[in-house]
Each structure stands twice: as structure tokens, then as C-alpha cells.
Design a protein around this ligand. Sequence first.
Ligand SMILES: CC(C)(COP(=O)(O)OP(=O)(O)OC[C@H]1O[C@@H](n2cnc3c(N)ncnc32)[C@H](O)[C@@H]1OP(=O)(O)O)[C@@H](O)C(=O)NCCC(=O)NCCS
Length: 161
Amino acid sequence: MPLAPGQSISGFDCGDPQINGGLQQHQESDYSSRIIVAVDAGEKVLGYYAVSAINIEFSNRPKALPHSLSEYPIPAALISHLAVDKSCFRKGVGANLLIDALQRIEDASTQTGIRLVMVQAATTGARTFYLHYGFIPVAGQPGRLYLPIEQVSKLFRDLDR
Ligand SMILES: CC(C)(COP(=O)(O)OP(=O)(O)OC[C@H]1O[C@@H](n2cnc3c(N)ncnc32)[C@H](O)[C@@H]1OP(=O)(O)O)[C@@H](O)C(=O)NCCC(=O)NCCS
């Protein structure tokens, strides 16, 4: 669910102070991204991600994108700071957050021109996590990986089977 104003985030700890701080900063400032949190029955935050709309300069586009794209900036969605509280690593919370993010982005892509999902992996663990779901590293941009929107749709078609 979206992070509500005043919602308690105390105690959230993914093991990375910078990423923990990111959640705090987003709650205190009006960023141009949306924060979605996963909570337990007692409303404790178990994990979160930030999602925002970005444009990728044509010259910086991942080279594997279709050649048919015109030479305009490419509309995309950025998932950043996907993180899970240490107390529930490897219990599927990260996977559920990622699926939730991709579902929202795929829904938005039917109304907009979003062509790909970009993620920023802050740690090697996060990079491995995204590779596990088929994300493709962006050459020359450490930590950045992407998935064309067509592959996101395919992922959901495969999950429906
Ligand atoms: C990376 C992170 C988000 C993964 O979340 P999680 O809830 O532990 O992961 P899940 O239990 O949902 O795992 C989903 C799949 O990814 C794999 N995976 C998760 N973390 C992994 C890691 N560090 N290395 C290798 N594989 C990993 C799991 O094995 C699982 O595969 P399976 O479905 O075949 O069993 C979480 O460990 C985390 O927040 N880490 C610290 C902060 C961080 O690095 N955040 C990223 C900032 S961009």
C-alpha cells in the first residue's frame, strides 16, 4: 500500500543505513516518486520500494531495445530502493514487492508510453535478486538493470498459466 503521511516506519532495518534513511527522507519530503510499503498485521513496515517516471535519453538507451524507436527520450519507470527488513529476508517479501511494482507499471504502460522498467541495485545481493527475475544489466551503468515492458507482460502471462 502507499506510504501514508505519519505512518510509523520506526524500526525498519534492511541492513543498509543509506537505504533505511531513504525511507525516512521520502516520508519527510515531497519527492517525485511514490513509496509503496508492505506491512504486517500490526502495520510494521516489512519492506518498501520507490517508483517514479523517468525519461531515458535516446543516446543512453539500452542497446537491445527495438530499432524502431524514434530518436526521442524513452519513457520508463524506475524502481529504486526496493528493500526488505532484515527480520524477513528470503521469505518472499522482496519478490512480492517486485511483482507489485511490475504490476502497477504494466497497468500504467497501457495508458502511457512506458517502454521499459529500470532498476537501481544498490548492493550485489540486490543485483543478484534482479538478475534472478530476468533483468538485464545496462552496459556502462553499474547497478542499473532493465526489463523491456514486453517482458514484464510476458512474465504475468507466464504466472497466469
Ligand atoms: C535484495 C532483497 C530486496 C531481497 O528480498 P527478499 O525478501 O530477501 O527476497 P525473496 O525472499 O523475495 O527472494 C526472491 C528470490 O530472489 C532470490 N534472492 C533474494 N535475495 C538474494 C540474494 N541476496 N542473492 C541471491 N538470490 C537472492 C531468492 O533466492 C528467491 O529465489 P526463489 O524464488 O527461487 O526462491 C533484500 O535481501 C534486501 O532488502 N536486502 C538489503 C537491502 C538491499 O540490498 N536492497 C536493495 C536496494 S536497491
